[in-house]
Design a protein around this ligand. Structure first.
Ligand code: DOR
Ligand code: ZN
Ligand code: ZN
Length: 417
């Protein structure tokens, strides 16, 4: 197969080129090639997008999502690889569940799915999970996502034990005693709505703890879904003094502010909560200066029954796979914050590097994992069109630019529109 006449994000720039794919690999990139192919005039080829923070809900919560529906949403969103969090039922805390996810994803045969194992058994915070066995079965990291490990001692042990197996801890940062049942960011809009808030320190204290552990132990750590200006600052300072810390944020934290909760729309309920303009601007700055390495969705699909209830009782989470690229492209590239190759790095090369996955570049010899987009196409987010079972988005009705046209995995077209 030849991809013809496209603009290609390659080697840190963008250039017009044809791409020849042979046996699932990129065989040649050249200005112009002989032979028939897929005409991509007006389209842009990106390295296959990688989302290192997704909830697939399978096993156990298939009413919310399953590996098939989540994989379909992923390829529709342009993702060729995704990593799925372990807060399943049973919890992904052993090699059997890791193997189940890998096998099911292989049957589904859409994007590459990499399981993330739990840090502790049952995510109960007491005993370390069987990390070596999970690694052997294919887990690419460990995380307690949904919460933090309460005991600092157990977290320190986890970082050391994980490092022995070449795995990183991906840290959801939340001091639950400070959150204390808060459902939104504490500020003007929590007062206005009467919804219980939680302060930035509830997130920042654990970000600081994980950074200090990584620093003391000389080990790497990755901070999940940063939402506070102060968290960005903690990570920036840690990087400056050489701590092996990497970090991610999500589109909702750089596009929305807590003003959206005034609608009482439970689709705005997410953990950590959407914060203030000051935070949103600091996150954009953090993406620009490299403090924040990657953009993830934290795709957290929920059933209508979990969201169509009063705000305080609704589930936390946003269904993000099908809007992430367009929101990021519109806000950050069209908004003049990042170049297109810089955005591609945040959504492909950097997560690959953090987790040691193959991919992240359009290069000869690499797997032909490619995302082909129409950057000029304007469209309106409509949750009724989502293929994810989770229709929970706060972006319904929003106009965005950037439509995924083809998602190609190992040379096979897995999505086309
Ligand atoms: O909003 C969230 N939803 N935050 C989390 O940490 C967990 C996630 C979920 O699993 O629904
Ligand atoms: Zn989380
Ligand atoms: Zn998550």
């Amino acid at each position: 197969m030849i991809i013809k006449n496209a603009e290609v994000v390659v080697g840190g720039g963008v250039k017009k080129a044809d791409i020849r794919i042979e046996e699932g690999k990129i065989a040649e990139i050249a200005p112009s090639m002989e032979g028939d192919g897929v005409d991509c005039t007006g389209l842009t080829v990106l390295p296959g997008l990688i989302d290192m923070h997704v909830h697939l809900r399978d096993p156990g919560f298939e009413k919310k999502e399953d590996i098939l529906s989540g994989s379909r949403a992923a390829v529709k969103g342009g993702f060729t690889q995704i990593c799925c969090m372990p807060n399943t039922k049973p919890v992904t805390d052993n090699k059997v569940v890791v193997s189940y996810i890998k096998n099911r994803a292989r049957e589904v045969n859409l994007c590459k799915v990499h399981p993330i194992g739990a840090i502790t058994e049952g995510q109960q915070g007491n005993n370390l999970a069987a990390i070596g066995g999970m690694k052997a079965a294919g887990a690419v990291a460990i995380s307690e996502d949904g919460k933090s490990v309460p005991s600092t001692k157990i977290m320190a042990n986890a970082m050391q034990y994980a490092a022995d197996f070449g795995l990183k801890c991906l840290c959801h940062c939340e001091d639950s005693s400070l959150v204390d049942g808060g459902v939104v960011h504490e500020g003007y809009y929590s007062t206005l709505t009467g919804l219980k808030g939680s302060i930035r320190a509830a997130e920042d204290i654990i970000i600081a703890r994980e950074i200090l552990l990584a620093e003391s132990l000389s080990l790497p750590v990755h901070i999940c879904h940063v939402s506070t200006y102060s968290g960005v600052q903690l990570i920036r300072e840690a990087k400056a003094r050489g701590v092996q810390v990497t970090a991610e944020t999500c589109p909702h934290y750089f596009t929305l502010t807590d003003e959206v909760i005034a609608s009482f729309d439970t689709n705005t309920k997410v953990n950590p909560p959407i914060r203030e303009e000051r935070d949103r601007l600091a996150i954009i700055e953090g993406l620009k200066d490299g403090t924040l390495d990657c953009i993830v969705t934290d795709h957290a699909p929920h059933h209508e029954d979990d969201k169509n209830v009063e705000y305080a009782l609704a589930a936390f989470g946003i269904s993000g796979l099908e809007t992430s690229f367009a929101l990021s492209y519109t806000q950050l590239v069209r908004g003049g914050v990042l170049t297109l190759p810089e955005l591609a790095a945040k959504m492909s090369a950097n997560p690959a590097q953090i987790l040691g996955l193959e991919g992240g570049a359009v290069a000869v010899g690499a797997s032909a994992d490619l995302t082909i987009v129409d950057l000029n196409e304007k469209w309106t987010v409509d949750p009724a069109q989502f293929v994810s079972k989770g229709k929970n988005t706060p972006f319904a009705g929003r106009e965005v630019y950037g439509k995924v046209r083809y998602t190609i995995v190992d040379g096979d077209i897995k999505y086309n529109s």
